[in-house]
Design a protein around this ligand. Structure first.
Ligand code: TXA
Ligand code: MG
Length: 327
């Protein structure tokens, strides 16, 4: 493993203590960090992202012992999941401690907590000693950044410092599980599937949207994680028909073998392995978004649990431009 540069950690911690914004790498996506105990700094996060205050933030922690500082009535399930999956791509929603700033939770009585798995950010969290709020470091409704360069593109001078941490290994945002009721509910699917959580807890874990009465949301926007280029989601069976309609330059991303394509259509083969696919998804969309294609066509991946989070993100990226074939 690469040695950590403690100059970087010190610099980032000093800026955070001063109420500045620091973008940090995680295994999922880069986060836009601020001191979770400083109301003005938290406010800056919303402003930099142009994010409405009604969308609550995740608090990143260094270790499980810090849970009690942020949450109350913590169920055994939280400790079990934390022990199994932290540091890692899982966010747990719990009843909030009364001292948690209401700006973080959008006035709700629940708080989202996560220990991320990235050596630099874990070192920063330890050095800083307090929680760090961290939404994805993108402008509201855009694709999350998975490289430091992508954070610069998204937020540029709005952040005091961007910690360089390479390409994110997971590539899409963490699984969010709500443990505030008797039955755990997934609010946002991620690469840790409902099946894995359920197996560990030995109890059912409800998939997203299965409880229509819930008002809690996580990335539930109609258009979310979207590039500027229209994204079309099509089934493989409808691909030929969709391609025949494309008269201008476009790109096709697929795990399937593609037919011979017209010269104005670029084939972008994607990995068959869901972990590798997720790792490349946002980076690929971001790269293609710069090429002036009239559309990015995404062929629907397999409909299994392992692909559920990827399918969720692809649907969100394509929501505003539904291909006629997929209506
Ligand atoms: O992988 C991740 O989770 C990344 C990295 C940086 O940790 N963070 C991230 O944060 O994706 P953000 O803010 O882009 O997405 C967090 C989602 C939002 O959709 C928000 O609505 C939801 O979590 N959320 C946060 N606190 C919540 C709460 N108390 N109740 C319900 N949903 C919550
Ligand atoms: Mg986000």
């Amino acid at each position: 493993m690469k040695k950590i540069n403690y100059q970087i950690i010190k610099k980032a911690a000093t800026l955070l203590h001063a109420g500045e914004l620091v973008a940090f790498p995680t295994e999922t996506v880069y986060g836009l960090g601020a001191d979770a105990s400083n109301t003005q700094a938290i406010e800056r996060v919303f402003i930099a992202k142009a994010r409405p205050f009604m969308h609550p933030l995740i608090v990143h922690l260094a270790a499980m012992e810090q849970l009690e500082l942020w949450a109350t009535d913590i169920p055994a399930a939280a400790y079990m999941l934390g022990a199994a999956f932290w540091p890692g791509p899982l966010t747990i929603i719990l009843k909030k401690h009364h001292l948690v700033d209401p700006l973080i939770t959008a006035g709700q009585d629940l708080v989202a907590l996560r220990i991320p798995d990235h050596p630099i950010t874990l070192a920063l969290l330890q050095e800083f000693g307090r929680g760090i709020v961290g939404p994805s470091a993108n402008r509201f409704c855009r694709i999350s950044p998975t490289t430091a360069a992508a954070v610069r593109e998204e937020l540029g001078s709005k952040v005091a410092y961007i910690i360089p941490g390479g390409n994110c290994a997971v590539g899409i945002e963490s699984t969010i599980v709500d443990l505030s009721d008797a039955t755990p509910v997934i609010l946002r699917p991620g690469m840790i599937t409902a099946e894995k959580l359920s197996l560990l807890l030995q109890q059912p874990v409800a998939p997203p949207h299965s409880n229509p009465s819930t008002t809690r949301s996580a990335g539930m926007h109609k258009v979310h994680y979207a590039p500027e280029t229209p994204v079309l989601l099509v089934d493989y069976s409808e691909l030929s028909q969709c391609l025949a309609q494309q008269k201008t330059a476009c790109a096709v991303l697929s795990v399937h073998q593609l037919p011979d394509l017209a010269p104005h259509i670029l084939a972008v083969p994607m990995p068959h392995n869901p972990q590798k696919f997720a790792q490349l998804l946002y980076r690929t969309l971001r790269r293609l978004d710069k090429k002036n294609f009239s559309a990015i066509i995404l062929v629907a991946p397999p409909q299994t649990q392992e692909w559920a989070a990827i399918t969720d993100r692809i649907k969100k990226a394509s929501n505003q431009f539904i291909a006629p074939e997929t209506k």
